[in-house]
Structures are given as structure tokens and as C-alpha cells.
Design a protein around this ligand. Structure first.
Ligand SMILES: Nc1ncnc2c1ncn2[C@@H]1O[C@H](COP(=O)(O)OP(=O)(O)OP(=O)(O)O)[C@@H](O)[C@H]1O
Length: 219
């Protein structure tokens, strides 16, 4: 298996709080890795740094041999749009855009071929069981469906890796389990790599690897 992400010696302090205290982390292509641990352990902070949404105070992050932690903001922003997908607890869909249009947004920002992107958006929505929802607006979709649109949006640019922060935290048990199954279906069909911060023990147990954090370190 090929290593898709590698990070080392990551430290992060907010004010007087040492949030991350020397983290080493790696992910193989096609792996589904869960990061678990008590509230305040530093999971989201780590995820944001691995996903280039925040920078470490010291340490480095490489995605497919590109040292993203050394990139300037402009280069990093382009790399992020092209190669990294995100799913958050709240889907953050734009209410005035349809399901397909919401999925297309990262492709529009990245100035992709929009006809191709639209076909991919529809393929992804079909894969996620939303073939009958292309022209629906977010307020016409259930919570589980809205989150599946957000999953499709995270995948539109065919990212190397998707980072998810509590993706099922806002869903009931049934919808959460459906969403978790979709991550494994996407891995199986597209060899998609996921790093997921979760408090959901079932998802963590199903993952290929469960990384446990406590007080800013991996235990
Ligand atoms: N932007 C910030 N400014 C100041 N402190 C922050 C910031 N972000 C996080 N922290 C602090 O860093 C610590 C770790 O936060 P983080 O969100 O990474 O934890 P977590 O393990 O994801 O927790 P949870 O499971 O509750 O989401 C907490 O003490 C938090 O208050």
C-alpha cells in the first residue's frame, strides 16, 4: 500500500494551552482511519492541521510527497481545493443552490471543466442514493440526505484524501450508520482515503485503524 499522508513532530499551542505535543501520523491510500479521544484531546486541531486548514507551530505535513506545511498560502489554497476534501458535522450547504449545484461548488472554485464536473456530481449523487434529488434544494432534503450531498461535494475534485470532523454527529443512529457504510462503499469502489474524527464508537471500531488521542498526544 502507498503512503498518502505523513506528518511528524507536530506541536500546536493556543495561548498558554499546549494542544498538540509532538504528533507523528501517517495514512495509507485507501485506509479509513478514525481519530478518537475525550473532548479537548486535540482531535479537531490535529485534523485541521493535517488537512491544511490550520498550520502547526512546528512540525511538517506531507500529502503524496508534497510538503503542504511549507507551502505559501496561495499555493496551499490551490492544493487544498484540488486534492483535499472536507466533511463537517454541519453540512454547510448553500440554501439557494440545488443538490447538484452545491456539489459543483469546489469544481467551480477550482475552475474545472464544468460539464465533466456535472457528470461526476450526478454520478456521485447516484452512488450516494440521491439520484432522485438532483434539483432539490437543501430545505427539501432530510438531514441524512443533506449530509450525503456534503459527502458528494467533498469528492467532486477527486481528492487524494477526505478529512471528516464528526460527520455523523448531527445525525440519528439510522442515518449515521448509513453514512458510515457509505464511507466504506466509497473506499471499496474508489479506493478513497478517509481520516475521520469521531465520538461514534461503532464507526471507530469498523475503521481500519483507530488512533486514540489524550491530552495532545497519540496513545
Ligand atoms: N482556535 C482556538 N483558540 C484557542 N483554543 C483553541 C482553539 N481551538 C481549539 N482550542 C483548544 O484546544 C483544545 C483542543 O481542542 P480540539 O477542538 O482540538 O479538541 P477535540 O479533541 O476535537 O474536542 P471535541 O471532541 O470536544 O471536539 C481545547 O482545549 C480547545 O479549547
Amino acid at each position: 500500500m502507498q503512503e498518502i499522508l505523513k506528518a511528524g513532530d507536530i506541536f500546536k499551542t493556543y495561548g498558554t494551552v499546549d494542544v498538540l505535543k509532538g504528533i507523528d501520523f501517517s495514512v495509507q491510500q485507501g485506509e479509513v482511519v478514525s481519530i478518537v479521544g475525550a473532548s479537548g484531546a486535540g482531535k479537531s486541531t490535529l485534523l485541521h492541521i493535517l488537512g491544511s486548514l490550520d498550520r502547526p507551530d512546528t512540525g511538517w505535513v506531507k500529502i503524496k510527497d508534497e510538503e503542504i506545511s511549507a507551502m505559501n498560502d496561495k499555493t496551499l489554497s490551490a492544493f487544498r481545493n484540488q486534492h483535499i476534501g472536507f466533511i463537517f458535522q454541519f453540512h454547510n450547504l448553500l440554501p439557494e443552490f440545488t443538490a447538484v449545484e452545491n456539489v459543483l461548488l469546489p469544481a467551480m472554485i477550482g475552475k474545472r471543466n464544468l460539464k465533466e464536473a456535472e457528470n461526476r456530481a450526478k454520478d456521485l449523487l447516484r452512488f450516494l442514493g440521491l439520484d432522485h434529488r438532483f434539483t432539490h434544494y437543501p430545505n427539501q432534503l432530510s438531514g441524512g440526505e443533506q449530509q450525503r450531498v456534503a459527502v458528494a461535494r467533498s469528492l467532486i475534485n477527486d481528492p487524494l484524501i477526505v478529512f471528516a470532523d464528526e460527520p455523523s454527529g448531527n445525525l440519528d443512529t439510522h442515518n449515521a450508520e448509513e453514512l458510515h457504510q457509505l464511507f466504506f462503499d466509497l473506499r471499496k469502489t474508489y479506493n478513497q482515503t478517509f481520516v475521520i474524527v469521531t465520538h461514534n464508537e461503532k464507526l471507530a471500531d469498523l475503521s481500519d485503524r483507530k488512533v486514540v488521542m489524550q491530552d495532545g498526544v497519540i496513545i
